[in-house]
Design a protein around this ligand. Structure first.
Ligand code: UP5
Ligand code: MG
Length: 190
């Protein structure tokens, strides 16, 4: 279990809903550290880790990497960072991720920032991204959407039942979405 006392906000929403984009805005304005679980996994592939090939195959198939792998990366990133407040982006993606993170780290999120966006819009954004991600092709995108609907939405529902979800309409231009995000963060920082 982590010794460090930290504040964590989970940033969730479908593939291409704008989690990474809005986290960058939040970091600039409110001093959080952004930890994208997907970015940590992609860095792990690049580092030539023993898990690299497994992670790469799972991402290509849109599947959820085993919790222990992702949690280890998140824990390490939290411990290595001097900051005490974190945005965890794209995690937890299923019930097992959620329960394992809580029991391994002892961390319970302050709240969940949920970017709600229609699938057609997310698909359009992902197909236009052009950053060379292995999973930004229509076959993998469809698989990511299925996993999101089946496994990740129930996690959002779990937190919603606890009154912990701050839902943002993400189907608007970046600046307009950020206005709504600010409305969530301003009361916490004044
Ligand atoms: N864009 C952003 N906002 C826009 C707006 N308001 N209007 C118009 N365009 C907008 O945005 C996507 C694109 O849309 C960008 O080009 C952006 O400019 C534009 P981005 O901010 O990148 O969206 P994001 O929600 O971060 O999309 P991302 O593709 O990163 O989400 P995923 O959840 O699919 O990807 P992630 O990296 O989290 O995970 C990838 C894979 O890793 C998973 O499928 C899974 O295989 C694996 N994974 C795990 O196994 N476990 C984990 O815990 C995490 C990941
Ligand atoms: Mg992202």
């Amino acid at each position: 279990p982590s010794e460090k006392k930290v504040t964590v906000i989970f940033v969730l929403g479908g593939p291409g809903s704008g989690k990474g984009t809005q986290c960058a805005n939040i970091v600039e304005n409110y001093g959080y550290t952004h930890l994208s679980a997907g970015d940590l996994l992609r860095a792990e592939i690049k580092s030539g880790s023993e898990n690299g090939t497994m992670i790469q195959n799972m991402i290509k198939e849109g599947k959820i990497v085993p919790s222990e792998v992702t949690i280890k990366l998140l824990e390490r990133a939290i411990q290595e960072n001097g900051n005490d407040k974190f945005l965890i982006d794209g995690f937890p993606r299923n019930e097992e991720n959620r329960a394992a993170f809580e029991s391994v780290t002892g961390i319970v999120p302050e709240f969940v920032l949920f970017f709600d966006c229609p699938e057609e819009e997310m698909e359009r954004r992902l197909l236009n991204r052009n950053q060379g991600r292995d999973d930004d092709n229509i076959e993998t995108i469809r698989k990511r959407f299925n996993v999101y609907m089946e496994s990740s939405l129930p996690v959002i529902e779990y937190y919603n039942a606890k009154g912990k979800v701050r839902k943002i309409n993400a189907a608007k231009p970046v600046e307009e979405v950020f206005e709504d995000v600010k409305a969530v963060f301003i009361p916490l920082h004044e």
